[in-house]
Write a protein that binds this ligand. Sequence first.
Ligand code: FMN
Length: 194
Amino acid sequence: MKLIIGISGATGAIFGIRLLEILKDRSDVETHLVMSQWATTTITEETHYTVNEVRNLADFYYSPKNLGAAISSGSFNVDGMIIAPCSMKSLASIRMGLADNLISRAADVMLKEEKKLVLMTRETPLNSIHLENMLKLSQMGVTIFPPMPAFYNHPQNLNDLVDHIIYRLISQFGIDILPKEKVWTGFTKQGNLR
Ligand SMILES: Cc1cc2nc3c(=O)[nH]c(=O)nc-3n(C[C@H](O)[C@H](O)[C@H](O)COP(=O)(O)O)c2cc1C
């Protein structure tokens, strides 16, 4: 499977990084990475990774300015694209079809080629512009996947919380690696079924 991974400049660069780390262990997934200029800022500001370390997690890396990259064309066949995290600016750009950098161009290609596009939109609170943009793209078949933590699986730390979200994210592409004990299988405590 070939996946385009976009990392934009919303907070939560670790989501894109963990996604790449998990996919790197899989020989059946080829990753094509593009990071926005602001993503490079959030990576260095929020994590202990360097931008080069993040680049090296992917099989292929492209500059966001390179609109001539392979992933800028529908003739380059991929299975889909994930943007994690996806800023409200990238969301708006995709919704409007601006294709003003390689993230929004590659996403635009996903839309025109009717390929799977998953946006990990990250902002809070959301204004009507954000909500409208998400609604419009959802109506076009895009999966809006905000990084909402789950607690039914009893996360012990931040890593557990992030990884659970990433496992759920990649299961959108049929990659099912959520540990069995983290799957909700029904109530465990007596009296909870009323
Ligand atoms: C530390 C930091 C955190 C940010 N968090 C968010 C966020 O959660 N959501 C968002 O939409 N923008 C956020 N921004 C603003 C975006 O980086 C900014 O809108 C930028 O233009 C996004 O461009 P891009 O989508 O091309 O990366 C943040 C900026 C910084 C520096």
